[in-house]
Write a protein that binds this ligand. Structure first.
Ligand SMILES: Nc1ncnc2c1ncn2[C@@H]1O[C@H](COP(=O)(O)OP(=O)(O)OP(=O)(O)O)[C@@H](O)[C@H]1O
Length: 389
């Protein structure tokens, strides 16, 4: 049984499904079969990501949920009701929709853009604007930005406004079509974190389209990998897709470093944190302050890391500018991927570990992280063996 069949059968009849595709096919004029016999259940209150190469029918599938695209055959049921029986305009307003280019109206202020759907739903102007202003805060934007026009915002800010606008009518469902793909990687990462934070509070049913498997595994409670022609190749939790791709297509799409990416799903609670020698940045200029036998970590007066001081060059190091930049930081309890990356990206080979306020707790060592990875693998092997016998 494929994962598609397993996922669908397992969810059938359970109250967990918010959106159900039943044998849905879409053939565009000219004969392009964009989606072929798609059957799947989308869980309520979870993020489901549609991922796959360009042209595989992700956007078509997404748009059939709110009838921006009509299926050629089959049906889509949302919360027990066939969307084909509902008025398309009302249906569209009942779901939030965020797309790649934020889709904001250029001649309306940010506040009025966010208030658009509530106004269409008959909410009085003052109430709609008040709510829009609150939503700016929810998506992490200063209220002063509300008076600006979309062209006066950065790409990342525009996408946040797009999310606020989609949330304005408080819809239970959010449809998001490559919403973060037009911004740079740093902003994209921030927007992803922000979406996960929002979702912890809001618990919407979110369907998110991307062609980026990394984004899919970071965001998705479940990931649907589409192959060309709208074939659902695998539908499972991201950890499972990385660990056990069902076929060569999925394995190829997921990429060669899937083993490394899967470490994101292994908790790093057991990683040993060792003491580290530190030197305060404010005392670097003092020739009487010695540093340790190998690498010493430079910290500010609050104990936050600022880079590494190599012993051999101690005499040349007199200010922060001379310190070797550090690697990524590891927060106790983060995944093993973060622990390993912290160690591998530090010039000292020691992964700086910090508390929630960013203060140094110590360091982790890559060899020890690798041991934990190996232990987890052996444990899994034993568990699989026990299940098999
Ligand atoms: N309006 C349309 N008319 C005809 N063919 C279309 C139309 N929209 C999409 N298609 C075709 O349907 C197929 C699926 O397109 P779709 O946009 O759903 O894919 P996608 O996976 O979202 O791709 P991308 O990641 O490039 O956006 C493609 O072959 C596309 O050319």
């Amino acid at each position: 049984m494929t994962d598609q069949a397993r996922g669908t059968a397992a969810n059938r009849g359970r109250s967990g499904a918010m959106i159900r595709f039943e044998n849905v096919t879409k053939q565009y004029a000219g004969g392009v079969a964009a989606v072929e016999s798609l059957s799947m259940d989308i869980d309520r209150g979870a993020i489901t990501v549609f991922v796959g190469p360009s042209g595989c029918g992700k956007t078509t599938s997404l748009r059939m949920i709110n009838r921006m695209v009509e299926p050629t055959s089959g049906s889509i049921v949302v919360d027990g009701q066939d969307v084909g029986q509902q008025k398309a305009a009302e249906l569209r307003r009942s779901m939030g929709y965020v797309m790649q280019s934020s889709g904001l109206l250029p001649h309306r202020s940010v506040i009025d853009n966010i208030a658009t759907v509530p106004r269409l739903n008959g909410v009085p102007k003052a109430d709609a604007r008040r709510r829009a202003s609150e939503l700016l805060d929810v998506v992490g934007l200063a209220s002063a930005l509300g008076k600006r026009y979309p062209s006066q915002l950065s790409g990342g800010q525009q996408q946040r406004v797009g999310v606020a606008r989609a949330l304005a009518a408080n819809p239970p469902i959010l449809l998001m079509d490559e919403p973060f793909s037009a911004v740079d990687p740093v902003v994209r990462h921030e927007l992803q974190e922000e979406l996960l934070r929002l979702q912890r509070d809001l618990a919407k049913t979110i369907v998110f389209v991307t062609h980026d498997i990394d984004e899919a595994t970071v965001l998705g409670d479940k990931v649907a990998v589409f192959a060309t022609g709208g074939r659902l190749a695998q539908y499972a939790a991201p950890e499972e897709i990385l660990r056990a791709p069902v076929d060569d297509f999925v394995a190829g799409f997921v990429g060669r470093d899937r083993g490394f990416r899967r470490l994101s799903f292994q908790e790093g609670d057991n990683v040993a944190v060792h003491p580290v020698e530190t030197v305060r940045v404010s005392r670097l200029a003092d020739p009487n302050v010695d540093v340790g036998s190998s690498w010493t970590l430079a910290v500010d007066d609050d104990g936050r890391p600022h880079g590494w001081v190599p012993r051999a060059t101690r005499q040349n190091i007199r200010s922060l500018a001379d310190v070797v930049p550090g690697g990524s930081l590891y927060r106790k309890g983060d995944s093993l991927r973060r622990a390993l990356d912290a160690a591998l990206s530090a010039p000292s080979g020691l992964g700086v570990t910090v508390d929630d306020d960013g203060r140094v707790l110590g360091v982790v060592r890559s060899a020890e992280v690798l041991e934990l990875i190996e232990d987890a693998r052996l444990d899994r092997g034993r568990a699989d063996h026990d299940t098999a016998v």
